[in-house]
Design a protein around this ligand. Structure first.
Ligand SMILES: O=C(O)CCC(=O)C(=O)O
Length: 276
């Protein structure tokens, strides 16, 4: 039994592909806020502004910065996130994949498009989890997850957020992006009002999105992504996002630990219970 997540939360995660973990990172809110401020002041090579000219507000995102931003490194290495990830994944290890910052400033109308993360990533396997952690209270602009979509047999076509173009030329292997709002009888959407430091844990194959931020408050969110024992490098029909140029991995290999460190393992930290 994990001290951070209950058996019921682990079951819900496996069945629904998303579960709320209230207060998981409540002691890390100030650290994450400081990391986001540093990240926005010193954006990395993957930073994007996701609005077209004339669209209101600001929607900034950036990823793969935890090794250069000390506040994010502290969250990765010292917060309860990695241990909670291992428990949810039912894995003996939690390897960090990457971090992602998503900020919607007040009055940002743009919705985050419905998507699964898995088609953008070079990771195969079922043991994975992202934690979406707002550091501002959120109501309407919270993460929205389609329950059970992590078990759909086919992946959803990945698209570019700004232009809506297909991410890969070879799109035949994917299903079109569904519109859960247009068919509420077909898709069950889970979403939660959240306090700073709460976390939604969601699977890389879970279809998710978010509304615009129509409030007068910022909506700063930090996503932290882990993989477990069964994760392997897999090839996609084109360049992935993140791309991790020069990674040198071959299909079927474990993610290289010098780039994607194991930050929690049952043998090093625990009693082995995470994998039971
Ligand atoms: O914060 C958002 O608007 C979307 C978050 C997201 O897509 C993610 O964390 O994978």
């Amino acid at each position: 039994m994990s001290r951070l997540v209950s058996a019921e939360q682990i079951e819900t995660y496996a069945a629904d592909g998303a579960v709320l973990l209230p207060g998981l990172l409540k002691d890390w809110v100030e650290t994450i806020r400081a990391g986001i401020a540093r990240n926005m002041g010193e954006p990395g090579p993957f930073a994007s502004e996701n609005l077209k000219p004339g669209e209101s507000g600001r929607f900034f995102d950036d990823y793969c910065n935890w090794q250069r931003i000390p506040e994010f490194a502290a969250v990765v290495e010292r917060s309860p996130a990695a241990e909670a990830a291992a428990a949810l994944m039912r894995s003996k290890t939690a390897q960090v994949f990457h971090d992602h910052v998503l900020v919607k400033e007040p009055g940002t109308a743009k919705a985050t498009p419905w998507h699964q993360d898995s088609p953008y990533y070079f990771v195969d396997g079922d043991q994975n989890v992202s934690f979406w952690v707002p550091v501002d209270a959120v109501e309407e602009a919270s993460l929205r997850c389609v329950v059970g979509s992590h078990r759909w047999p086919k992946l959803v076509l990945p698209v570019r957020w700004l232009s809506d173009e297909n991410f890969y030329a070879d799109s035949g292997a994917y299903i079109a992006v569904p519109d859960p709002e247009a068919e509420p009888e077909k898709y069950r959407v889970a979403e939660w009002r959240m306090q700073p430091g709460d976390a939604v844990a969601f699977h890389y194959r879970t279809l998710h999105g978010a509304r615009g931020n129509f409030t007068d408050r910022r909506r700063r969110a930090f996503s932290l992504r882990f993989v477990g024992d069964d994760a392997r490098y897999g090839v996609r029909p084109g360049r992935t996002s993140p791309a991790f140029p020069g990674h040198g991995m071959q299909p079927g290999e474990r993610l290289r630990e010098d780039w994607f460190p194991v930050v929690w393992s049952a043998t090093r930290h625990g009693d082995g219970a995470a994998a039971e």
